[in-house]
Design a protein around this ligand. Sequence first.
Ligand code: FMN
Length: 173
Amino acid sequence: MWDFFKTVRHRHSVRRYQADMPVEDEKLHAILETAIAAPSAGDLQAYGVVAVRDAALRAALSRAAHDQAFIAEAPVVLVFCTEAERSARKYGERGRDLFALQDATIACAYAQLAVVAAGLGSTWVGYFDEAQVAEHLGLPETQRPVALLCVGYPAELPEVTPRRRLDELVIYK
Ligand SMILES: Cc1cc2nc3c(=O)[nH]c(=O)nc-3n(C[C@H](O)[C@H](O)[C@H](O)COP(=O)(O)O)c2cc1C
């Protein structure tokens, strides 16, 4: 089991996967359990997840994401969808426009760290046509896809990207 800080430092976007190495059910389950452990506004958990293993569907998601080929290569794609009305019922517009998006996003971030701890790699994909993704997945009107998380065994050493300096980003008062 990896130390949390080491896990965070080792998370880099992986865009090549070993297509013949499936993600074990237990690992996928552990990743999803970690996602749902995330906090959410009012504990309303205003999101849903579609776990896609089907190859034809992954290829369709790849096309809907402007032909980002690695999406079809990854053995699992987790699609995080907001369920805005769950949050709107309690929080009105702020729940609908903000909290549901935050709930789904935080859950995806938790999943992405669990992926590292499970010895796998991932990339978060946000550049996709929402209507096409919703149609391919047959999502109900109440769900809006906001993030795809491609998951699999890495077939590359990912590039380590730079970060802005803390003193550029943080103001202490
Ligand atoms: C909201 C969001 C959208 C992203 N969309 C894409 C995408 O469509 N395609 C892609 O290859 N990477 C995408 N990424 C991954 C980023 O490019 C990546 O996290 C960033 O370059 C930093 O690299 P790292 O993840 O290796 O630290 C996205 C990340 C986030 C958080």
